[in-house]
Design a protein around this ligand. Sequence first.
Ligand code: FAD
Length: 320
Amino acid sequence: MANVLVVAEHQAGELRKVTLPTITFGAETAGLLGGELYVLVLGDSADAVANEVAQYAGIAKVIYAKSGALAAYTAEGFAPVIAKVAEQVDAEVIAGPSSAQGADYLPRVAATLEAGMVTNAIKVSNDGGLKFQRPMLSGSVLETVEVTTPKKVVGVRTTDFDDAQTGASAPVETVELGEARADVESVSLDLVKSERPELTDADVVIAGGRGLKSADAFEMLEVMADLFGGAVGASRAAVDSGYSPTETQIGQTGKVVAPNLYVAVAISGAIQHLSGMKGSKTIVAINTDADAPIFQVADYGLVADAFEAVPALTEKLKAL
Ligand code: FAD
């Protein structure tokens, strides 16, 4: 039977939200193939994550590959286990989020299985063969591709699929891998500590552009983001100017986000920026230039000076 294997992402004992739309993609693909969806959790003390995953609808079984060697993520350690489990469950499609981690291990899985690979899949269909759609050139071109190898590895653009819904209880099978060894071992991992959510997980993103003219000006965005429990993002021009850290960059060469609310402050709306945020549910733009392209994708636009509008809006929000 042609089944689907989805790899769950988790960090510091928590399931990453990017896993949920990847499960939706997996369930849809399994439906198109008439097969089953299996979800793989790799780790050492990830029992709670495996049990959490099992609550999402559409999953035939959660496979928890448990080993001390999988306690910390390395592509060298994870990829052979994913490939092995893919063979065991007879998976035709092996999918993971098109995240930084997914971009790291998925090509290794594809190489191990001699499988063709698609990145950033935004749609799947089956008309006598599975076909995947992916955006190119900042989303101005959509390409449909067919992978002709027996196994297919897919990186899923998670902003284009809905989150999987809870309410189910799939069985969890724990596979003890013993001392599975990897050629590379993680010695330590220094996570950038932040009280704010990960950009790609956040429900609200307040993003700033070059128009803010300094790193100090980003502090007013942080105050606003904190009111929502949101994250702060930036355009590439703002990152290149040193106003905001690299990991906050949104766009073609940064992160792709689709929060419920995206506030673009002093961002012009270049196509490379839009390709990283135009899937957001509600877009608010604040810009002094009424002709800025960002207003073409904005649901609400405010032609105003950010240095007046952001503090004023923040005060109003605090009063709510
Ligand atoms: P600008 O275009 O300089 O816009 C600043 C805006 O601020 C203007 O609209 C201005 O009216 C407004 N403004 C000025 N002062 C104020 C004020 N006081 N109050 C309110 N508004 C004000 N860009 C990305 O963002 N992400 C990417 O991933 C990315 N990848 C790229 C990849 C390639 C291959 C290339 C060629 C480019 C890429 N870019 C990317 C760069 C992109 O083309 C733009 O240069 C960039 O997005 C512009 O950033 P910005 O809007 O902050 O700056």
